[in-house]
Design a protein around this ligand. Structure first.
Ligand SMILES: Cc1cc2nc3c(=O)[nH]c(=O)nc-3n(C[C@H](O)[C@H](O)[C@H](O)COP(=O)(O)OP(=O)(O)OC[C@H]3O[C@@H](n4cnc5c(N)ncnc54)[C@H](O)[C@@H]3O)c2cc1C
Length: 563
């Protein structure tokens, strides 16, 4: 078998693996990144790329107050019995250091969104803003030919099948026909996109997680770190009790990689492993529906290979995965592509109803909170689904799912059956096979709350996180507006996940622990979603998977550089 040598082998090219690789290379180590798929970026390339970094220097410069004790208090409140104090302390201490290190030494750039509140702002230690950061957009052309190796965002999340939209573009898209500034912003986006499509397969003005991955890869290219795509790692090797490398398959050839210092597993958890999902996700174990969002390569290879060497797998997380509601967008060939509903639910004028036509949740709560509420609402049903409902004015103002706001046409979404329309609430209820009397009562009750600006049933619009996702121009409550102007519309939602929370047992240095005695397996590290989440199955705020993924990637690489 062909032999190759390096100091550190990184398994997987997402946020965790690429940050680990950059940090190790920066500290003088010879690094190889092996990526199973023909493209790099993993789930990170699909994501918004947001990172939760409490105590970060951008927030400090903006005068926002925070303290490690407050953050730890909040993480403990969120994680409950799954709180792992030593890992949490390592994260809180090193996350701001990781960010400063990346800002100073790599092309990674982030911006502060000062009012991006934590998801449970009333819990002790929560912050009203400063912990969640958004990646700066990036010019994909700087990657040269590697741009074609960057995983594209999920198709349903791009405009015109190839144009990236950053969170900071969204208000401009909503206001393109109302404000000159927003109109010009959107025009600039469109002109750049049209120019790009002459020579590129998609727009090169990239944003979100795609920009993060591109920035990391651009930084690694400057350090001459090879990223081997199409190179799945299939097994780990051991020498005198220490992990000494791995076997991978490249161009059909098996290659033994000797990693003098060690191996970092960053293969992105098991969201695309059908068998493991049906073991760990309770609703799938009950035979119910679930559509994953993660890319196909994330099949739990890191955990499998480590468990073969005696590693422990932690099952303490309160949720096995990070949940998100999706709608399924029909493709011309009859298949569907999921679209995650992050933005629309919280806007004023939207409610979600269960299969019987009743509200069941605060629609402006986080995606991770919304899905368990939907699962409970369908506890006695064979299938888990709900409908997001709005009226014509709201649809044209904000869009719904992949249906765009005015002035874009909506006909194709009605024709495909993605968007369901009724001239009246009764007609909409008929189309959804719901009792019209029940739906009418639900809408009337909600409308009376919208007029008062208070939702005593589910508390939509009752906290600063809800308001962050609302429309500040809508008064008296940025999350509540009545559903009155027909026709009325519905889009069907079902459960999905953003990635897994359960994973390998690790210590505060990201070293993988043996199941037998909880001692580190020398030379073996797990980061990102291969590692049991430091959040214990909770989702405290935007960026709580990629923030820790990058931080523990940084921690693992520095630990290896020291050994
Ligand atoms: C639509 C969407 C939006 C999201 N937004 C956010 C957000 O803004 N902030 C946030 O914190 N989280 C977000 N998430 C979740 C987040 O994207 C993931 O939790 C995170 O990217 C996981 O990072 P990772 O590095 O562990 O894995 P990944 O980014 O998935 O990378 C793992 C890589 O390992 C590769 N691999 C697998 N097996 C092998 C093998 N045997 N050999 C070699 N390579 C292998 C995979 O192909 C993959 O490329 C979002 C998720 C989705 C789907």
């Amino acid at each position: 078998m062909k032999q190759v040598e390096c100091d550190v082998l990184v398994v997987g090219a997402g946020a965790a693996g690429l940050t680990a690789a950059f940090t190790a290379a920066f500290h003088g180590l010879k690094v190889i990144v092996a990526e199973k798929e023909p493209v790099f970026g993993g789930t990170t390339a699909y994501s918004a790329g947001v990172i939760w970094i409490p105590g970060n220097s951008l927030a400090k410069s903006a005068g926002l107050q925070d303290s490690p004790d407050q953050v730890l208090r909040y993480m403990q409140e969120e994680a409950g019995s799954a709180f792992d104090e030593s890992k949490a302390r390592a994260f809180v201490e090193q996350a701001p250091q990781m960010l400063d290190f990346m800002l100073q030494n790599s092309h990674v750039r982030y911006q502060l969104i000062a009012n991006w509140a934590d998801y449970h702002p009333l819990r002790p230690g929560a912050s009203a803003g400063g912990r969640s950061l958004l990646p700066e957009p990036f010019d994909g052309r700087l990657l040269g030919k590697d741009f074609h190796l960057l995983r594209s965002p999920i198709r349903t999340m791009m405009l015109f099948g190839g144009m990236s939209v950053s969170r900071s573009d969204i208000p401009h898209l909503f206001n393109a026909t109302r404000s000159v500034k927003s109109g010009l912003h959107v025009l600039k986006m469109l002109l750049r996109y049209a120019k790009d499509r002459i020579s590129w397969s998609r727009g090169t003005a990239i944003a979100n997680g795609n920009a993060l991955v591109a920035r990391l890869v651009h930084s690694l290219n400057e350090q001459d770190v090879p990223i081997w795509t199409d190179s799945p790692v299939v097994s780990l090797s051991r020498d005198a009790g220490r992990v000494s490398g791995a076997t991978l398959i490249r161009n059909g050839e098996r290659i033994a990689v000797q990693a003098r210092k060690g191996v970092i597993l960053a293969s992105g958890g098991f969201p695309r492993n059908d068998k493991l999902r049906s073991t760990h996700y309770a609703h799938i174990a009950q035979g119910k529906n679930h559509t994953p969002l993660a890319p196909p390569g994330n099949t739990g290879d890191g955990a499998r290979m480590a468990i073969e060497l005696g590693a422990g797998f932690a099952r303490t997380a309160s949720n096995p995965a990070a949940w998100a509601p999706v709608s399924l967008v029909p493709n011309p060939d009859g298949s569907t592509t999921p679209y995650p509903h992050f933005i629309d639910r919280c806007k004023p004028g939207f409610i979600a109803i269960d299969p019987r036509g009743r509200r069941f949740a605060n629609e402006a709560d986080s995606y991770h909170d919304f899905v368990p509420a939907m699962i409970s609402a369908c506890a006695n049903d064979p299938e888990i689904y709900s409908y997001l409902i709005c009226d014509h004015r709201t649809l044209r103002r904000y869009g719904m799912g992949v249906v765009p706001p005015f002035p874009m046409p909506i006909g194709k979404y009605l024709r495909s059956g993605y968007l369901i329309r009724g001239a009246s609430i009764q007609e909409l209820a008929d189309r959804l096979s719901i009792d019209p009397v029940v739906l009418d009562a639900t809408v009337r009750r909600y409308n009376s709350y919208a007029e008062r600006g208070q939702d005593p049933d589910f508390g939509k619009g009752s906290n600063v996180y809800n308001h962050f996702g609302g429309d500040p121009k809508c008064q008296p409550n940025p999350n509540l507006a009545p559903i009155v102007d027909g026709p009325f519309y519905a889009v069907r939602l079902s459960p999905s996940d953003l990635g897994t929370f359960q994973g390998l047992a690790t210590d505060s240095s990201a070293r993988v622990l043996r199941a037998e005695d909880q001692q580190p397996i020398p030379g073996l590290y797990a980061v990102g979603n291969d590692m049991a989440s430091v959040m214990g199955g909770a989702y405290p705020g935007a960026g709580i998977t990629i923030g820790p993924a990058m931080t523990f990637g940084y921690i693992a690489a520095r630990d290896l550089a020291r050994t």
